[in-house]
Write a protein that binds this ligand. Sequence first.
Ligand SMILES: C[S@@+](CC[C@H](N)C(=O)[O-])C[C@H]1O[C@@H](n2cnc3c(N)ncnc32)[C@H](O)[C@@H]1O
Length: 268
Amino acid sequence: MDAPQDNAPTTHFGFAEVPLATKQAMVDDVFHSVANRYDLMNDLMSAGLHRAWKDALVAAVNPPKEPGPSRVDPPGESLGRAFSVLDLAGGTGDVAFRLLKAGGPATQVTVVDINADMLAVGRDRAAARSLEGITFVEGNAEALPFADRSFDAVTIAFGIRNVPRIAAALAEARRVLAIGGRFLCLEFSTVDVPGLDRLYDLYSFNVIPALGRMVTGDAEAYRYLVESIRRFPPPESFAGMMRAAGLARVSFQPMTGGIVALHSGWRL
Ligand SMILES: C[S@@+](CC[C@H](N)C(=O)[O-])C[C@H]1O[C@@H](n2cnc3c(N)ncnc32)[C@H](O)[C@@H]1O
């Protein structure tokens, strides 16, 4: 699968080829439609596995328990600021809540998502848990409303394949990272275990859209989900896109037979 190009006239929306300029609105419709049932569907579809995958992402971020020198402090000066994480395409806040739990009061998380309905679910969940240290911002990962070098870590879970201009989003992630900061991207990947690949296809194309219809009333949204996973570049190719965006020491770790991969890169 070729890596998608930001300047191509068309791109894919699931298996369909669509004008690049229209993809975002189509993606937005999907997440408007499923926002209220999004978290429940994640548990049902993955039999709870998404929790373990997100925990692996959070463990890699390794947010400190105590306030300490931040990577955004001026050289030689420790202002004892909180560890600041930007969770891109953070939706209903699931990754952010896990980061806060792992890091404690020394951690601050900013959730950015383009979809107001997903963010509204996240804000309600944060309020119900009386969570502090979390901010929800409506914004586009392709053009972030933050200053250069303002975060210690940038995460994105199951979001990047939905963003029309992936190269722009990667460049923005690098731009807002502090020097020495880490970018971590959890995304569906390429199943490479013989036998598991056929089972996974059967499950994905038959069970998931039917489950989506039952739980959210929208089978098409979940057909898009399954197709978009198949159109996402293989991990080596995505690693190349991360390097092209200027990230360093790029690596990836396949998990669960390649169903997902955790990609890592640094701003050095
Ligand atoms: C599959 S959900 C992932 C949500 C969350 N990260 C999680 O793992 O539960 C994908 C999210 O990407 C968001 N998204 C799509 N395009 C975006 C863009 N250009 N900028 C920011 N967020 C975007 C969607 O609104 C949606 O909330």
